[in-house]
Design a binder for this molecule. Structure first.
Ligand code: URA
Length: 510
């Protein structure tokens, strides 16, 4: 077969790659005969001709369920070989059905590493991108609509991979009411309130350097900076130098570091515990500072491995939740937020619905009747307790007060959406081998949409980030079953599910 050359429209043209890759496979072109280029690349001297049309009766390629997500993520990697690698995998998958389970296979390992790097890059972008305000009369940016807002918010960012198009939706959701632009060296994104457009790349000097609101942000950062926890190396790892230039707070870091020993001495003199940190008071930051600052929801994927840092990151999650000034109104009735418990890198991460009455009082998850049943089932399934992390999709107890009793009220879609970024951040921090969702609320919080538990129970699925999860029922469903026989039968099934989840997680880890 003579060599073939495929030119994709853009470096992140996943759909173009998918279509071309399928057609090449159906036409019987060997992967070694294909050169993959992106529009604007120099065509190699012996690049090859156009791809042949596949015969009309050629069967379409088949892939396992996990492949599209893996390929979509890996296709955004900056490695020029990525499209060839994915094409080779697609080709091999036709005869090697279980290929993706073979993490030792060099091509599989490489694609998975690419997907992880892209995911990490996206987390960093969510956390380290900063918008700065530009007055529209300044004339720097024009909108396609007649009614211009007075301000536009502009961010300069240098992602490592081709992620802007894929991640723009995150910023649209978070900053829907603002008009903003994200400028990167290769491409720019512009949100006009209703419409998202992409344009050519830009230069750092096209973005403004500073705006007044940063003063507020810097004051906030200084207030949450805990000198007793100062670990310069970990700080550099979490917030790599490359991003410091974009971040207003970094201007204060040298001063805060220099002042740290004195502040620790003062804390010790006051008798403060070193791990307590500072109590947060809600600070009213402008919207463009609130979300994209990585304060509330996002965390870079260079995560703490030191147990002290892990504990501090968990404490920070709680603090950030408490600092929110837009908590659902019913939260005012709850005693406290109930955060997750368990080790980092557990075999299983269990996600329930929300704390109940006892959890709300004790401030710990799964200590009430449903929790006791879950614990028993876990033991029977042979899952050591220290291999399980347990948390909830919703972090406060929602209830209806009726006389002396507080009647559990199910969280609604808005509640799940509100807490979801915290749950996502928790998952990123905990890094379980496998997530187990208990009941419909957790399934919705993890998958991002309403899904039927009974149909999906016991299957291995992937969340939108590509992380594996395994849905099963909530233990309180077992408690509610009216007859003993159904209760016993369903309990056995639940134990079976937990055992199956543990076996699956061990396989994934191998
Ligand atoms: N039910 C849950 O979903 N979570 C708890 O923490 C307790 C009961």
């Amino acid at each position: 077969m003579s060599p073939v050359c495929v030119t994709l429209d853009a470096p992140d043209d996943f759909e173009g790659w998918r279509e071309a890759s399928r057609a090449l496979l159906m036409a019987g072109v060997a992967p070694a005969d294909v050169s993959w280029l992106v529009e604007g690349d120099q065509v190699p001297l012996f690049g090859g001709g156009s791809p042949p049309a596949p015969p009309p009766d050629a069967p379409p390629p088949r892939v396992p369920r996990d492949f599209p997500d893996l390929a979509r993520l890996a296709s955004r990697h900056h490695d020029p070989e990525r499209f060839a690698l994915l094409h080779s995998l697609l080709h091999r998958l036709q005869s090697e059905r279980g290929l993706l389970d073979d993490a030792a296979d060099p091509e599989v390992a490489r694609a998975q590493a690419m997907a992880r790097a892209v995911r990490r890059d996206a987390h960093k972008m969510h956390a380290f991108l900063r918008f700065r305000e530009v007055r529209v009369e300044d004339g720097a940016f024009s909108a396609p609509h007649a009614a211009l807002p007075q301000s536009r918010f502009v961010a300069w960012y240098e992602p490592e991979h081709h992620i802007l198009r894929a991640e723009a939706g995150f910023f649209v959701r978070r900053f829907a009411s603002l008009h903003w632009s994200i400028l990167t060296p290769r491409i720019s994104a512009h949100w006009y309130g209703e419409e998202l457009r992409f344009g050519p790349g830009a230069r750092r000097s096209d973005a403004p350097a500073e705006d007044a609101a940063e003063v507020l942000w810097r004051a906030y950062f200084a207030s949450i900076f805990n000198p007793a926890r100062l670990k310069p190396d970990a700080m550099r790892a979490e917030m790599p130098k490359k991003y410091w230039r974009n971040l207003p707070e970094t201007q204060d870091i040298p001063r805060l570091m220099a002042e740290a020993p004195k502040r620790v001495a003062e804390m010790v003199a006051r008798g403060a515990t070193l791990s307590a940190g500072r109590r947060q008071r809600p600070l009213h930051l402008p919207a463009h500072l609130r979300g994209g600052m990585g304060v509330e929801t996002d965390m870079p994927a260079d995560l703490p491995t030191d147990p002290g840092d892990y504990a501090e990151a968990q404490a920070a999650l709680r603090r950030d939740l408490l600092a929110r000034n837009d908590l659902p109104p019913w939260v005012a009735n709850a005693t406290q937020p109930v955060m997750g418990e368990g080790p980092q890198h557990p075999l299983l991460m269990f996600i329930g619905e929300q704390p109940g009455d006892e959890e709300d009082i004790q401030g710990r998850p799964f200590v009430g009747p449903a929790g006791r049943l879950w614990n028993k089932a876990l033991e029977e399934a042979g899952v050591p307790r220290d291999e399980a992390y347990v948390t909830n999709a919703v972090k406060h107890f929602k209830f209806t007060p009726t006389g002396k009793r507080r009647l559990h009220q199910s969280p609604d879609a808005g509640d799940i959406t509100f807490y979801r970024p915290f749950l996502q951040r928790e998952i990123t921090l905990v890094q379980p081998r496998l997530i187990v969702t208990l009941g419909a609320t957790a399934l919705r919080a993890v998958s991002g949409r309403a899904m039927p538990v009974t149909k999906l129970r016991g299957s291995l699925l992937r969340d939108p980030e590509g992380r594996p999860f395994y849905p099963t029922v909530h233990p309180s469903y077992l408690l509610r079953l009216p007859n003993a026989e159904a209760k016993a039968r369903e309990y056995d099934r639940f134990v079976e599910d937990l055992g199956q989840a543990a076996a699956t997680a061990r396989k994934l880890a191998a």
